[in-house]
Design a protein around this ligand. Structure first.
Ligand SMILES: C[S@@+](CC[C@H](N)C(=O)[O-])C[C@H]1O[C@@H](n2cnc3c(N)ncnc32)[C@H](O)[C@@H]1O
Length: 279
């Protein structure tokens, strides 16, 4: 017990454990995530419908999206963006490793008579002959990846960009980082049945890594039959660190915004969104 408590409360090295696949693909958690994506009153998995509408409108006008636009939506989830972008006439490829979210996305495409190419894979392994005019990675997914994974993903983006194509993604800023506070809590069924239908006890440990600008929400869950851990890492960025990561992958950031709805860049914003091209 003592050893276990040491492990639970010990500060792990940044990005030393990757559990995003469990978070998004464990069958029970994936069902809860889909509910969260589709709940118009929460921003917990996707942003709310009004923001998504504003975002799609901005993307359409900024990139002149229409018939013929080849678009990839990395981490498309249940297709809240992919559906709307395909309705504008774009040829959309949606990539995600959540089978449950993709099932919903595919059913939506069928019911709206949209020919969206949904690919079930880890996007860190995505390889295709296709080239895209626009590559999206929306809702700060970039921040959940380790430095090595981020370089890997930017390399994949670069390889799949058509000449003149652009990447749009958003990240958490240092404003968001400053708000984060370390803490620990313990309780029974703290998140209701979000993690499992079984009765459970959980520890939530929040760690802040000042030098690396990384935060971690770590969940340790104990049911009668199993123990599991979820590590939610988030890298936070300023313009310099984001510029450097893109440059290391042969990409140049051409435009800065406060978010993926195209609001002007604001140093007080908790998010930063960028448009990048091959350099
Ligand atoms: C925060 S949600 C955002 C979904 C969507 N972009 C939106 O804004 O509505 C992140 C999505 O990325 C997917 N995802 C995370 N890591 C992934 C990976 N390595 N490969 C494929 N999909 C991934 C998750 O399954 C989830 O659907």
């Amino acid at each position: 017990m003592y050893e276990q408590l040491i492990h639970i409360n010990e500060r792990p090295l940044p990005f030393s454990v990757y559990t995003a696949d469990t978070l998004w693909t464990d069958p029970h958690i994936a069902r809860q995530m889909l509910k969260a994506h589709l709940n118009p009153d929460t921003d917990s998995a996707s942003r709310r419908p009004a923001f998504i509408e504003a975002s799609v409108n901005w993307l359409q006008s900024r990139f002149n999206i229409g018939p013929g636009t080849r678009l990839a939506d990395f981490g498309c989830g249940p297709g809240l963006y992919s559906t709307r972008l395909a309705q504008l006439g774009a040829q959309v490829t949606g990539i995600d490793f959540s089978e449950n979210s993709l099932r919903y996305a595919k059913e939506t495409a069928v019911s709206h008579h949209l020919a969206i190419d949904y690919i079930h894979t880890n996007y860190l392994n995505y390889q295709s002959e296709k080239r895209f005019d626009l590559i999206l990675l929306i809702y700060c997914d970039f921040c959940a990846l380790s430095p090595v994974q981020r370089q890997q993903l930017l390399g994949i983006f670069r390889n799949h960009l058509a000449d003149g194509g652009a990447i749009v993604l958003d990240v958490h800023s240092l404003v968001d980082f400053a708000r984060f506070e370390e803490g620990v809590s313990y309780g029974r069924n703290q998140y209701g049945n979000f993690w499992t239908d079984e009765d459970y006890f959980s520890f939530i440990n929040q760690f802040k890594y000042e030098t690396e600008r990384v935060t971690l929400d770590k969940y340790t869950l104990f049911t009668a039959t199993r123990t599991f851990e979820i590590y939610n890492w988030l890298q936070h960025f300023d313009q310099a660190s984001l510029t450097a990561e893109f440059a290391a992958s042969g990409l140049a950031i051409t435009d800065w915004y406060a978010n993926v709805a195209g609001e002007p860049f604001d140093p007080q914003s908790p998010t930063i969104a960028v448009v990048a091209t091959k350099s």
